[in-house]
Design a protein around this ligand. Structure first.
Ligand code: MLC
Ligand code: AMP
Length: 505
């Protein structure tokens, strides 16, 4: 028997053949039958371009049904999808293409000319264009290709996707996720969050991360639910469509932005069954304010690219503000100190996790992979927290030097490397400062070379060429030296204290 994730989906797609899978903002809809057919056409097209099981397909495109169908097509043919954030600069994309060595790179129409030389240099066999409209390029080619019915048999450990996540070393790592990693997590969530007949998912997340692509879409697909597919999160769009939905999944910034709209309230949420939050810490204050305004208690859950979802507050039972709930069924969570000694209830340490959800390692980084696992198979998340007597997890911080801004992970090391390479910069330290909208905002503290005149404008322009916009420091500080401890390590806690009350945006 095959463990291809698409087999699971197809059973539901056939059952709900005539039901809308997607409703778009302008009112167009795609039935589950049409989605299955489109995926089969894209699968055939991948085949005619020489894509074989295990080949990589990199995609940096805007959110669309075509993009989802391309992802599904990769599952069908056993190829490995690598979705990239559309905010990545060409320099960042070059790294991913070189590292992943894909057979095909699918890009936005406006980027085709820019990427042609890169793709030629790296020997990527095909560069294809996918826009948001069905009528052109790769999407039109798919519609003109007869569907390929065959679904490639896959075993549990065969890879379905590689998702890049930046690392503490500053070098992005490709987390390898298998068909079973994705299937087991989706089936667990479907049950744990009590998906029911008639559920409609309002989808406002990007589809290049675990949250929007896997958690949200997989559960909706397995439930045969209609997805209202918004191009992006926008308060008025969400308010307009919320009345027709029963579930919203978002990052805390979604919820704080909704509350910033004084018109938002109970009337918007009349048909809603469940609001879910994750990817970044939600303050207890925001959790309570949302409940006061809407009568809905947000269900907060915790996960990672490498693991999918790990813990969740219960569907029936107390959803406690400031906690991320219990280990999901079949997943083990424990707390240990840095040396790996296990800690008891109430003791703070690093969260470790084991289960069918845990990834297969980092693409072509065996050593890095080995460093992040214990000998007994537990993955070291780098998140710091404690478990209660009854197994409820509260996160308190991170052992890894990571900033989470609006649900996006930003590794200071990557920005520091970019800043330190600029002429006139002696050294830099990048920190996260509290931000009302994004939770944390990136701030850079720079020590110029002696005697050098460094303009903030010049630094900003140089950074813009290299790094995606969401990683750009929102604020810069220029200082004579960085505070260091006796070991010579930069004391970022002191910098956070010093600048933490300054406006960061
Ligand atoms: C956009 N900008 C950001 C940003 N998003 N800056 C910092 N952090 C972010 N998250 C930049 C823009 O480029 C712009 O820069 C400026 O900030 C203002 O943009 P905006 O129009 O306000 O942003 P918007 O497009 O509305 O996006 C904000 C957002 C979006 C919160 C809606 O970032 C988002 O959808 N985040 C969700 C990310 C996500 O899916 N995370 C899941 C990861 S998976 P400028 O310079 O042009 O002004 C994971 C596992 C798990 O973590 O547990 O789920
Ligand atoms: P990513 O690598 O983008 O998958 O981000 C994973 C990280 O997001 C985790 O290691 C946590 O630090 C953080 N995260 C996810 N969900 C939550 C949550 N509910 N509360 C706090 N942090 C979270």
């Amino acid at each position: 028997m095959s463990d291809n994730l698409y087999d699971l989906f197809q059973a539901r797609f056939r059952q709900y053949r005539d039901k809308p899978a997607f409703i778009l903002t302008e009112g167009t809809s795609w039935s589950y039958g049409a989605l299955d057919d489109l995926a089969a056409r894209f699968a055939a097209l991948l085949g005619t371009h020489g894509v074989r099981p295990g080949d990589r397909v990199v995609m940096q495109v805007d959110k669309s049904v075509g993009a989802v169908a391309c992802y599904l097509a990769c599952l069908r043919v056993g190829a490995i999808i690598i979705p990239l954030n559309t905010a990545y600069t060409d320099a960042e994309v070059a790294y991913f293409l070189e590292d992943a060595a894909p057979r095909i790179f699918i890009c936005r129409p406006e980027k085709y000319a820019d990427f042609q030389p890169l793709v030629a240099r790296l020997g990527v066999a095909h560069l294809k264009i996918l826009g948001p409209e069905p009528g052109a390029h790769w999407w039109a080619d798919a519609l003109a290709t007869p569907p390929q019915e065959r679904i490639e048999p896959r075993s549990k450990d065969d890879l379905a996707a590689i998702l890049y996540t930046s690392g503490t070393t500053g070098k992005p790592k490709g987390a390898m996720l298998s068909h079973d990693n994705l299937a087991s997590n989706a089936l667990t969530l479907l049950d744990y969050w009590a998906f029911e007949e008639g559920d409609v998912l309002l989808h406002a997340l990007p589809i290049f991360h675990v949250h929007g692509l896997f958690v949200a879409l997989h559960t909706a697909f397995l439930n045969g639910s209609t997805v209202i597919f918004l191009e992006k999160f926008d308060v008025s769009l969400v308010r307009r469509h919320l009345k027709k939905a029963t579930i919203l999944m978002g990052v805390p910034t979604f919820y704080s932005r909704l509350l910033d709209d004084p018109g938002f309230g109970r009337a918007d949420c009349e048909g809603m069954r469940l609001f879910i939050s994750g990817s970044a810490p939600m303050t207890a204050q925001l959790h309570r304010a949302f409940e006061e305004r809407t009568g809905h208690c947000i269900l907060e859950r915790y996960g990672m690219t490498e693991t999918g979802m790990i813990t969740s507050n219960p569907y029936d039972g107390a959803r406690l503000a400031g906690t991320v709930g219990y280990a999901l069924p079949g997943i083990a969570v424990r707390i240990a100190d840095e040396a790996g000694t296990l800690l008891g209830a109430g003791e703070t340490g690093v969260v470790e996790v084991k289960g069918p959800n845990v990834f297969k390692g980092y693409w072509r980084m065996a050593e890095k992979t080995a460093e992040e696992f214990r000998a007994d198979g537990y993955f070291i998340t780098g998140d710091v927290g404690h478990l209660d007597e009854d197994g409820r997890l509260t996160l308190e911080g991170r052992a890894k030097d990571l900033i989470i801004s609006g649900g996006l992970n930003i590794y200071p090391k990557e920005i520091e490397a970019c800043l330190d390479a600029l002429p006139g910069v002696r050294e830099s330290a990048v920190i996260g400062l509290p931000d009302a909208d994004f939770g944390e905002a990136v701030a850079a503290v720079i020590v110029p070379e002696g005697g050098e005149e460094l303009s903030e404008e010049g630094v900003r322009a140089a950074v813009a060429e290299k790094l995606a916009r969401f990683k750009h420091p929102k604020v810069y500080y220029f200082v004579d030296e960085l505070p260091r401890n006796s070991m010579g390590k930069v004391q970022k806690n002191l910098l956070r204290q010093r600048y933490g009350t300054s406006p960061a945006a």
